[in-house]
Design a protein around this ligand. Structure first.
Ligand code: 2U9
Length: 344
């Protein structure tokens, strides 16, 4: 029986040499050490041995089982190590491959220009005020000296919601609301950015929705020269120190006197070109001294206080600054357009 056990050991260890994967190794374990294996069979027959033989054979059987078990364990370690190495080799990541560039967002050019204009006026001591886009007739028209029969109230020009409610046609109602809230207190020194709406057919230079920034200053002794100095400071910060302005007489119902403001053409430096229609000047602002009736309606005594106001279309300012030829580019969100402004 001892020889039988030794032979079994040799046979198992020999077969083990040829095993190279986990499944065959497990098959071998079942074959030699399993319940139906030869070793179990031999051990089961030990009862028939004499008392002298039993411990000797028992010891040999245990040694054989340990030897086969150890061999299997060593093989298992070897296979596991090899399988791990193979997996690591297959799963290696090529860190030299170039990565995918994440697309980067940016501030919309229109918002950038609004921020720039706000910064310039905040630097001059103004605060920024906002108000509703759906507005009452009183704030949009009546309080701005545009009485019921005024042509600017025409259904053709304004988006009416009801007889008394409309989409604001300018940001001036924000100034009226601010004056009302201050109850005659001075100074008023505000700019009001926001979207405004006009019934217009859209083309390269017109949009039925666009952005305005208006400004208002009210105090004692505010004069036309204050308006002119303020606007000169603004355009020189916006377009460069060598920019000049000129004021042309104009008419608005809410200002008297009123003036349109031109800047020297940055493209031709005043020589005349296609952009300034050969004049050397480009119109960018409307302005004037606040009409005494507007002051009075909002609670400011025109004999004690005066003020100036101005308004500009932000898209137009941005188009001139960046050489954009179509206002619709601001609203169509074409990435070929927007990507040009990622780093302005
Ligand atoms: C109050 C009093 C006066 C605001 C003004 C303009 C002149 C003006 C246009 C420029 C281009 C509108 O965007 S645009 O089409 N604006 O010409 N706006 S004075 O005057 C006010 C505002 C509020 C209480």
């Amino acid at each position: 029986m001892k020889e039988q056990l030794e032979a079994l050991k040799l046979e198992a260890l020999k077969e083990l040499e040829g095993v190279n994967d986990s499944k065959s190794l497990n098959d071998l374990r079942v074959k030699y050490l399993g319940k139906k294996g030869p070793l179990t069979e031999i051990l089961r027959g030990m009862g028939k041995l004499s008392n002298e033989e039993r411990p000797v054979i028992g010891q040999v059987a245990n040694e054989v089982r340990a030897a086969i078990g150890n061999g299997i364990q060593m093989k298992q370690d070897e296979i596991s190590q090899r399988e791990l190495e193979n997996r690591l080799k297959e799963e290696t990541i090529d860190i030299t491959l170039p990565g995918r560039k994440p697309s980067q967002g940016a501030i919309h050019p229109l918002n950038k220009v609004i921020q720039d204009i706000e910064d310039i006026f905040v630097g001059m001591g103004y605060t920024v005020e906002e108000g509703p886009e759906v507005e009452q007739d009183y704030y949009n028209f009546e309080a701005l000296n545009l009485p019921k029969d005024h042509p600017a109230r025409d259904m053709q020009d304004t988006f009416y919601i009801t007889e008394e409610l409309l989409m604001r046609t300018h940001t001036s109602p924000v100034q009226i609301r601010t004056m009302e809230a201050k109850k005659g207190e001075v100074p008023v020194k505000i700019i009001c950015p926001g979207r405004v709406y006009r019934r217009d057919d859209d083309d390269a230079t017109h949009s039925h929705v666009f952005t305005q920034i208006e400004g208002l200053v009210i105090d004692k002794n505010v004069r036309m020269s204050d308006l002119k100095g303020t606007l000169l400071q603004f355009v020189q910060e916006m377009y460069g120190k060598d920019t000049q302005i000129r004021l042309r007489p104009s008419f608005f119902p809410f200002t008297e006197p009123s003036a349109e403001v031109d800047v020297t053409c940055a493209s031709c430096k005043g020589d005349g070109c296609r952009i300034c229609k050969q004049t050397g000047w480009i119109e960018i602002l409307g302005s004037g001294m606040v009409h005494p009736r507007v002051l009075e309606m909002a609670g400011y005594d025109p004999n004690e206080y005066s003020g100036f106001a101005f308004g500009m279309g932000v898209e137009r300012i941005a188009m001139l600054k960046y050489g954009i030829d179509d206002i619709r580019h601001f609203f169509t969100n074409d990435l070929r357009f927007l990507n040009q402004f990622v780093r302005i």
